[in-house]
Design a protein around this ligand. Structure first.
Ligand code: PLP
Length: 395
């Protein structure tokens, strides 16, 4: 049966097809089903239950008092670009201020990076399970995204590097990789980064590295392995980062990226037409975070490690649950026998047990059967969550 064409005079206004085809966030679908309920323990979003540290809040308040309320340069205030260049250089080797650009949060940096290099009809490859925004952004731009799945086994989440290389065929426009990974906590090892970089160099493939959790990792040294450690600053590598996770600044919307200076002119135009600049007093707070924030970050990691170990130990005792300690980020992504339909399972958990979790299917088809639990809170809150979760499992 053929459909009668819509009458443009009477049809309700619609977004274009690519946008209508985007998947809505299933994390939001669960939280929308539970936010109105009393006494829900929220483990569904990727943020700590603590407010931004006082020294950062103070820097923003001081900047406001000084009148930092105007537009800034598209690429960020020089003070912040300088401070970020020093910070990145300490972690990953020499990086100049003109290789760093300030953005309005990590997700804006992801969009800008994708807009710079990915266009309609391009093919991108992403390692999944993965935070949905990273997959949907290239689709907004008309690209297709193929996925390479991490495997879940006794060693936790692992990547078959050969499988990834096979997917990175000549003609592929970009690899999008998030390490430490949301939701799995998987961390791409340095040797794998080197192999992948060599391959992408040979085939002219861009690497968009989402490293917003680089400081939240439980290995040796101050940061997880970064593509910035193996790449030069003038090749096809864009590293995206954020103030949200390391300094608990989710609501501030401040991020940055490290990229070849040859892109700056075009990036400046894109920023002008997106946000024009990040808010000026927020940028001043960012200077305080990266300059004075090391003691805070060190303490944060100690607390996160304690919470991670606490939650993994508690979940390991539950029947029908398989869990391994993640190497980074702030989530445990674990398999639950009863969560074959993880969206329905998480809706049931919030309705019946008042425990707010994120369904594995929100992170791609290969996340189905899993549940994500953000553990960035005190152990006693985790205990109460596990107690409710255990009781609801048995029902
Ligand atoms: C993998 C990943 N990338 C980027 C972001 C963006 O963070 P923001 O936009 O708050 O800087 C998030 C936030 O949860 C994330 O999980």
């Amino acid at each position: 049966m053929t459909q009668a064409p819509l009458d443009p005079a009477t049809a309700s206004p619609q977004a274009r097809l690519d946008i209508r085809n985007l998947r809505g966030s299933r994390i939001r679908e669960v939280s929308n089903a539970g936010l109105h309920l009393a006494d829900v323990l929220p483990f569904w979003f990727g943020e700590s239950d603590q407010v931004t540290p006082a020294f950062v809040r103070r820097a923003a308040a001081d900047a406001l008092d000084r009148g930092a309320t105007f537009y800034t340069h598209n690429l960020g205030i020089p003070r912040l670009r300088d401070a970020l260049a020093q910070y990145v250089s300490r972690l990953h080797g020499a990086t100049a201020a003109d290789q760093v650009v300030v953005t309005s949060a990590g997700v804006n940096a992801l969009m800008l990076a994708a807009q710079l290099v990915i266009g309609p009809g391009d093919r991108a490859v992403a390692v999944t399970p993965l935070w949905p925004n990273v997959i949907e952004i290239p689709k907004i731009l008309g690209a297709t995204v193929e996925t390479v799945s991490l495997a879940f086994g006794a060693a936790g989440w692992t990547l078959d590097v050969e499988q990834l290389l096979a997917a990175l065929t000549p003609g592929t426009r970009a690899l999008i990789v998030n390490s430490p990974n949301n939701p799995t906590g998987w961390v791409m090892p340095r040797d794998a980064q080197q192999v992948v970089l060599d391959h992408c160099r040979r085939h002219g493939i861009w690497i968009l590295a989402d490293e917003v959790y680089e400081r939240l990792w439980f290995g040796d040294g101050p940061s997880a392995p970064s593509f910035l450690d193996v790449a030069t600053r003038d090749e096809r590598v864009i590293c995206v980062n954020s103030f949200s996770k390391s300094w608990l600044m989710t609501g501030w919307r401040l991020g940055w990226m490290v990229l070849p200076t040859s892109l700056l002119g075009d990036l400046g135009k894109l920023i002008e037409y997106n946000t024009s600049c990040a808010p000026s007093f927020v940028q001043e707070a960012g200077v305080a975070a990266v300059t004075d924030g090391e003691p805070f970050v060190r303490e944060l990691i100690v607390d996160l490690r304690t919470s991670r170990d606490h939650l993994v130990a508690a979940l390991s005792t539950l029947p029908g649950v398989e869990v391994h300690a993640p190497h980074g980020a702030m989530y445990v992504f674990f398999r639950v026998d009863e969560a074959g339909d993880s969206l329905a399972f998480c809706k049931r958990m919030v309705r019946d047990a008042r425990v707010g979790l994120a369904p594995g299917s929100a992170f791609g088809d290969d996340g189905e059967g899993f549940v994500r639990w953000c553990y960035a809170c005190k152990p006693d809150r985790l205990d109460e969550g596990v107690r409710r979760f255990r009781a609801a499992l048995a029902r």
